[in-house]
Design a protein around this ligand. Structure first.
Ligand code: SF4
Length: 229
């Protein structure tokens, strides 16, 4: 079996709970969404559809070359769960080598997660707010996904743009609280709106969410400041 891979590289995790940790990133090609502010357009096939078809041995070998004493392997995209059949072989192989597996996902494919959840250590789950992404809502999918993910370490990221509504943020916070109000909830300001006042919006949303959830943080994409990929 082969996977469609955009790139494999080692860098610093720039988002979420493990920001600053050294990760080896395996970026899978293609996504089932098309967020208006997507910062990895190459991974969703915008512009040129350029990717490599790699075997399991190819990917494992490249990861091993880069891994060193990294914190974990970040399986990202695009949306990696679109290639769940490859992950079913890839993840156990990584575990056999003692590597930790961090899944970065848009949280819209609960069926895919169910099939590989036993192989995942940490889940960084996006909650895609329709007023933020410009896409249709995925509330039902997100609820199902988080219910499955909650048996593992999971935290939430929600990108906040100038268009994000209080109604969507509140709905997202309630969805998470219904599963577990202790789940870390990160408001991630859209990097394109950083100079346009989006932080003020985040501060307001944080107050709203903190009435429902125990741990609500505002955290930008740190790798952009460090000019890392
Ligand atoms: S889910 Fe992620 S990879 Fe897919 S379009 Fe949205 S931001 Fe881009």
């Amino acid at each position: 079996m082969k996977a469609r891979i955009l790139e494999i590289f080692r860098s610093v995790q720039g988002e979420g709970k493990y920001v600053g940790a050294s990760h080896v990133f395996v970026r899978f090609f293609e996504c089932n969404m098309h967020c208006v502010w997507c910062d990895t357009p190459a991974s969703i096939g915008d512009g040129k559809r350029e990717y490599k078809e790699l075997t399991l041995d190819d990917v494992l070998s490249k990861v091993n070359d880069l891994y060193g004493n990294s914190h974990s392997v970040s399986i990202t995209g695009g949306e990696p769960l679109l290639q769940k059949d490859f992950l079913k072989e890839f993840c156990p192989a990584l575990h056999q080598e003692g590597k930790k597996i961090y899944l970065d996902t848009n949280g819209t494919l609960p069926g895919g997660l169910q099939e590989i959840i036993k192989h995942i250590d940490i889940i960084a789950m996006d909650l895609k707010l329709p007023s933020s992404t410009g896409q249709k809502p995925f509330w039902t999918e997100h609820r199902d996904f988080l219910n499955i993910a909650s048996c593992k370490e999971v935290f939430i990221k929600a990108v906040i743009s100038l268009n994000t509504t209080r109604q969507d943020v509140l709905k997202a916070a309630r969805l998470v609280a219904d599963v577990d109000p202790g789940i870390l909830f990160i408001l991630q300001p859209n990097y394109l709106d950083m100079k346009k006042g989006v932080i003020d919006h985040c501060l307001e949303h944080q107050k709203t969410c903190a009435k429902i959830l125990k741990d609500v943080r505002i955290l930008p994409q740190v790798h952009k400041f460090m000019k890392l990929r």
